[in-house]
Design a protein around this ligand. Structure first.
Ligand SMILES: [Zn+2]
Length: 101
């Protein structure tokens, strides 16, 4: 999971997918540390979620624990209902993806 860790961190620009908090790459998995985070499965493994990068997200420990086995969509909706400013990710166009932007 160690190279995956970097991929996921880069993909989410070093921020929690759910609350936008800054995460520290070196504090992956270090609960209680500043910027501690975990790799979250957007669609949980319980719900046939995969370990593909497109199903993985960087999440701070608090969000990940609260989300539990729920799917990202449901969790985000709940956060928004509570007034949390959940970051939205723009869909990348074909060319941007092709160029790795
Ligand atoms: Zn968070």
């Amino acid at each position: 999971m160690s190279h995956r860790k970097h991929e996921v961190y880069e993909k989410d620009k070093g921020k929690c997918r759910y609350c936008g908090k800054r995460l520290s790459i070196k504090n992956h998995g270090k609960t209680g540390s500043r910027g501690a985070w975990q790799i979250d499965h957007s669609r949980s493994r319980r719900n046939q979620g995969t370990d593909h990068l497109n199903n993985l997200a960087a999440a701070c420990v608090a969000c990940n624990q609260e989300k539990g086995g729920r799917n990202a969509r449901a969790f985000k909706a709940e956060l928004r209902a509570r007034g949390v400013d959940v970051p939205t990710r723009k869909k990348k166009g074909f060319l941007a993806r092709l160029l790795g932007l």
